[in-house]
Design a protein. Structure first.
Length: 388
């Protein structure tokens, strides 16, 4: 057990949150850590379990993890900075910046049930990348993607990835459906094309560097590699977690995945999340977005058929903004968080809660691929708010 009781413990009873962490780490999850910030101060931090089950190594506060899709919040923040500068606009055709997306083909089911491939009627817009409505899939084994990996000798630069996915047919007309996909990986390529820097360099120069985040990036130093937590997957057959290291979303040595590529620590990523809680500015005065942009980010952008597509069980009562879930109905969600609370999660189970109204930031981490998210995340969120 490793509990840290800080300012606020006397006024806020976090014992139920500690008990929940004990419960889930005695179940399938090898370890878990949570950091709660209120009004820019860490009021509770707790970690439990073993980072390395085989060696019984306790998890530490400097443990690095794969953020997976929690990367998406930072990718969208980077692209929104370009929106603020007027370098791009949400309604622009994507092909204005990435010409390979000018003439797209769409899969369409015919009345006789056969699949046909037709020229897309609508162009993909920049907004479609943010809102997962471009028509892409999450198929990393698509022929054009695999061909690109081979042709680049396993390097697969981020821009090359975009060129590859542009060769694949779309699943639907852009802007008409919501489908969780490789949209934010293409958004990273868009940032590169517009700004000129590699995506990871842009992130470092414009976000992580100014915020003092020294443990967040797409690659690890030798010192950081030692701190990377083993990754697990729970085996029902064996009745225990088994090691499964590596990031399957990293397609090459030069591929900086805007959808799932970042590594970080709980402490480091909380600095970024808390800046968004403060409407885009850190407690030290570092501004990464304007309040108006943060509000646009957490506005529900689902329209028409998209609402029915966004139907994950753990996200009932939530809409989808510019790369983030956003709370729109307490009656449907059963969540104790206020409307407008937003964030996202990652494949190994990490969760971000960003709440400007409550001045609350929560960074939760674990490193288990079949992550039990539908059970853990809604409960953890409610327990946090009940503790305040």
């Amino acid at each position: 057990m490793n509990r840290i009781e800080l300012k606020g413990w006397k006024m806020m009873n976090f014992e139920p949150l500690a008990s929940f962490m004990d419960r889930i780490t005695s179940w399938r999850i090898p370890w878990a850590e949570v950091l709660v910030m209120h009004r820019n101060e860490t009021v509770f931090r707790y970690r439990q379990g073993y980072a390395n089950l085989e060696e019984k190594t306790p998890v530490t506060d400097r443990q690095l993890i794969n953020l997976y899709s929690l990367t998406k919040i930072m990718t969208c923040t980077a692209a929104l900075q370009l929106v603020e500068k007027g370098a791009i606009h949400l309604n622009d055709p994507l092909s204005d910046y990435l010409p390979e997306f000018a003439d797209m083909t769409v899969k369409k089911r015919q009345p006789d049930g056969e699949l046909a491939f037709e020229k897309a009627v609508k162009p993909i817009t920049v907004r479609d990348l943010f809102t997962m409505s471009a028509g892409f899939s999450y198929d990393l084994e698509a022929p054009s993607i695999r061909d690109a990996v081979r042709s680049t000798d396993g390097k697969m630069p981020t821009r090359t990835f975009a060129e590859a996915i542009a060769k694949e047919p779309l699943q639907f007309e852009p802007g008409t459906r919501w489908n969780y996909s490789l949209c934010h990986d293409v958004l990273a390529a868009l940032v590169e094309a517009v700004d000129g820097r590699r995506f990871g360099t842009y992130i470092r120069d414009e976000i992580t560097g100014p915020l003092g985040m020294t443990d967040t990036g797409f690659d690890l130093s030798d010192e950081q590699r030692v701190r990377l937590a083993p990754q697990y997957e729970y085996s029902d057959a064996l009745g225990k977690p088994i090691r499964k290291d590596g990031n399957g979303y990293r397609l090459g040595s030069e591929y900086e995945s805007g959808g799932a590529g970042l590594l970080s620590t709980v402490s480091d990523y909380a600095l970024f999340l808390n800046a968004l809680t403060n409407q885009g500015t850190s407690p030290d005065g570092v501004r990464i977005l304007s309040p108006a942009t943060v509000d646009l980010m957490r506005t529900d952008h689902l329209v028409g058929n998209m609402c029915g597509d966004f139907c994950w069980e753990q996200l009932k009562g939530y809409g989808y903004g510019l790369g983030v879930r956003t709370h729109i109905s307490q009656a449907e969600s059963g969540s104790l968080s206020p409307l407008g609370e937003f964030g996202w999660s990652g494949a190994a189970g990490c969760l971000a809660i960003i709440d400007p109204a409550s001045q609350l930031t929560v960074m939760y981490a674990q490193h288990l691929l079949n992550n039990q998210e539908p059970f853990v995340h809604p409960r953890l969120r409610n327990i946090v708010y009940a503790c305040l």
